[in-house]
Design a protein around this ligand. Structure first.
Ligand code: OSB
Ligand code: MG
Length: 369
């Protein structure tokens, strides 16, 4: 298949609730949506880069430049399948979030052309997947406890709370005291060092499912040292950017669980390889999120339908993020914390043109030369 055109939009969407992590607070998502077409059918992808380089080094504006100047020019040749895109973009160093947005769109295009859901195109095994919810840092402990209560009532299969120095042992202790033995995990987004070992040991007493990315964003060595000190599994997010990274981290004992983010791993093909590495090694996996719109969220649901995903993911209901999403139908959480994996062609969701137009701030389209 040859692409006829590629279109990139900058989209702005206000979150229902501000989301605070150890690296910052987000109130509005400014992100890129990618569309690719063979002239008849359109495929969609979403770039997970954020406005500022605080999660990883990429930004929305930087990703737009890389997509325009370096990624799109490599897409015009014949594509035998969506797997070709990862190979085609391999010479470009880094820029995983930018590459993944385009790769996802090509996967969607191929799946739609074949009348297959993206999940089936990837090799789906499950029609429903368990999901949890990721709760940001609040000003008051009471607000966090109220949020936990509300989300448990909505049926989520586990709770994840963001932690940072001063908002860690205290909140985990309070949640355990109030809600008992619920499935609970924490995410530090790289805000500690090995000098925080006493605090991390204190966390180890609470029977958490996992501790996500406690140490530096680019480290596996210290994580391996830390894992030897803890019973709680360490889960890596920021540090793992490829299936090879996953293999190395597992080999030195730096992680027992992987947070699979399609963006951070540079696309769906590489995410699938990373999960295979984990499965072969008996290491757990789940799918993280980047506060995506319905486009990114249906991609996340498709990948987590594969074998190898062992824990609930961060793909929460649409109502947790947006007053009105770009897509229909919304993601809804059923009893038991289960979400239906879309089974229509491609992403299996419909993009509502008026909603997209209203939130599009810039648009560029390139035609095959
Ligand atoms: O580290 O998992 C993370 C959101 C933005 C950036 C990084 C992370 C997150 C989340 C939210 O935890 C996941 C979601 O609900 O989409
Ligand atoms: Mg994380």
């Amino acid at each position: 298949m040859k692409l006829k055109w590629v279109e990139m939009r900058e989209v702005h969407m206000r979150l229902l609730h501000p989301f605070e992590t150890s690296f910052g607070r987000e109130e509005e998502k400014v992100f890129l949506l990618l569309a690719v077409s063979n002239g008849e059918t359109v495929g969609w992808g979403e770039c997970a880069a954020m406005d500022a380089p605080l999660y990883n080094e990429e930004t929305t504006a930087g990703a737009a430049l890389v997509i325009r100047d370096h990624i799109v020019p490599r897409l015009w040749g014949d594509l035998e399948g969506p797997e070709d895109v990862y190979e085609r973009l391999q010479p470009i160093r880094g820029n995983a979030l930018a590459k993944a947005a385009v790769e996802e769109a090509v996967w969607d295009l191929f799946a739609r052309c074949e009348g297959q859901s993206l999940a089936v195109a990837l090799g789906a095994e499950r029609e429903k997947v368990p999901v949890g919810v990721s709760l940001g840092i609040e000003e008051k402990l009471g607000d966090l406890l109220a949020a936990v209560e509300e989300r448990l009532a909505e049926g989520y299969a586990r709770i994840k709370v963001k932690i940072k120095p001063g908002w860690d042992v205290r909140i985990v202790e309070a949640i355990r005291e109030r809600f008992g033995d619920i499935p609970l995990q924490v995410d530090a987004n790289s805000c500690y060092t090995l000098s925080d070992l006493p605090m991390l040991r204190a966390l180890d007493r609470f029977g958490l499912l996992l501790i996500e990315q406690p140490l530096a964003h680019d480290d596996i060595i210290d994580h391996a040292r830390l894992q030897r000190e803890l019973r709680t599994p360490i889960c890596l997010d920021e540090s793992i950017r490829s299936a090879e990274d996953a293999r190395k981290a597992i080999e030195i004992g730096a992680m027992r669980v992987l947070n699979v983010k399609v963006g951070r791993l540079g696309g769906l093909a590489e995410s699938r390889r990373a999960v295979e590495v984990c499965r072969d090694a008996g290491v757990g996996a789940w799918c993280g999120g980047m506060l995506e719109s319905g486009v990114g969220r249906s991609i996340n649901l498709a990948i987590q339908s594969l074998p190898g995903f062992t824990l609930p993911s961060d793909t929460s209901a649409t109502s947790r993020y947006w007053e009105e999403d770009l897509t229909e139908p919304p993601v809804v959480v059923e009893p038991g914390g289960l979400v239906q994996v879309p089974n229509g062609a491609g992403l299996g969701v419909e993009i509502i043109p008026e909603r997209l137009e209203r939130r599009t701030f810039a648009r560029e389209r390139w035609l095959r030369p």
